[in-house]
Design a protein around this ligand. Sequence first.
Ligand code: CU
Length: 177
Amino acid sequence: MNRCQVAALLMSAAALSLSTGGAMAQQSGDMKGMAGMHMDAQAAPSGSATGKLGDLDISGGYVRAMLPGQPVGGGYITIHNGGKADDKLTSVTSSAAGKVELHEMKMDGEIMKMREIKGGIAIPAGATVTLSPNTMHMMFKQVKTPFKKGGSVPVMLMFEKAGMVDLDLPVVSAKGN
Ligand SMILES: [Cu+2]
């Protein structure tokens, strides 16, 4: 088997764990219990939060219910920058969590891992940036009361140029619907 074939095999293994989300269970420590955040590509559920802030149109905001014993929660949102200037989502806070981090999903060999995005998420002029289960997410840590379907989670999004906006993100099922 040559190098190319090996690479192709690894790629298909990666695609497999992407589609099943099974690799998530192999993570440890902080990331434990994230099995509820699987990788299925899916549209934002109906009833998700929307908002407007200057040139920014916000839509598709929601969080997933937390499974029993799951220490962290995941939230998703779409931001469209209709303006002529680049902006940046610098931070997110929530009264429902001790802290909220911005995370991205990255393949590490065959395993999908999440890691913190340092320095915020760029929202270029004219672009639509989506935090979705297989790209990026808001990670809620030190959650006070586990997120339960039917509830909502208040968040404040801070942008470098547009300022800040308060949103109430509905809690959908742990599967994201
Ligand atoms: Cu995360």
